[in-house]
Design a binder for this molecule. Structure first.
Ligand code: MN
Length: 196
């Protein structure tokens, strides 16, 4: 099998995000779900116009199964990258902090809109903090494998609200999962997405 696309190495030990995200959930979510999307994408692109394209290009433009699997690989890469067991700060600084003030009025307002978007998304999908080309921020709900690149936006922060992301640890209590996620965000990673 082609191994063009790979799941990124985790930047932390699999059990180190517990109790926010358990080692068991990382085992299934990162180890099985993400790996399946990676494997599917590697298989599906062979012999297509996407065979030599980047992940970002495929996730932004491809339709059908290839677009869905590329979107899920991209989204999960961003999701798993943005956490740390013991973040040094609980809010952003610098340019991202300024942009949040400008676009939402306050960090707490952004947080509450992001939590609301994630908790009210019907079915499977993702809540996003996105930036446009001018650096204005917005919060969006995107279903299934949809992602900001398809809307000409840059992904800054994402919450996976597919049930596989939280069901082992929180069952039906999606709001509890979302409240806990804020405590493991590595704001330096999130800031670097905005600044690049
Ligand atoms: Mn997921």
């Amino acid at each position: 099998m082609e191994t063009k696309f790979v799941a990124p190495q985790l930047r932390y030990e699999a059990g180190s995000l517990a109790p926010v995200i358990s080692e068991q959930t990382i085992g299934f979510h990162y180890g099985k779900h993400l790996q399946t999307y990676v494997n599917n994408l590697n298989t599906m692109v062979v012999g297509t116009e996407w065979e030599h394209a980047s992940l970002e290009e495929i996730a932004a433009k491809a339709q059908g199964g290839i677009g869905n699997n590329a979107g899920q690989v991209l989204n999960h890469n961003l999701y798993f990258e943005q956490f740390a067991p013991k973040p040094t700060r609980n809010r952003p600084e610098g340019k991202l902090a300024e942009a949040i003030e400008k676009s939402f009025g306050s960090f707490d307002e952004m947080k509450s809109r992001m939590s609301a978007a994630a908790s009210t998304l019907f079915g499977s999908g993702w809540a996003w903090l996105c930036a446009d080309q001018e650096g204005n921020l917005s919060v969006a709900q995107m279903a299934n494998a949809d992602n900001p690149l398809r809307h000409n936006l840059r992904p800054i922060l994402t919450f996976d609200v597919w049930e596989h992301a939280y069901y082992l640890d929180y069952q039906n209590r999606r709001p509890d999962y979302l409240a806990a996620l804020w405590t493991i965000i590595d704001w330096q990673i999130v800031e670097s997405r905005f600044e690049k």
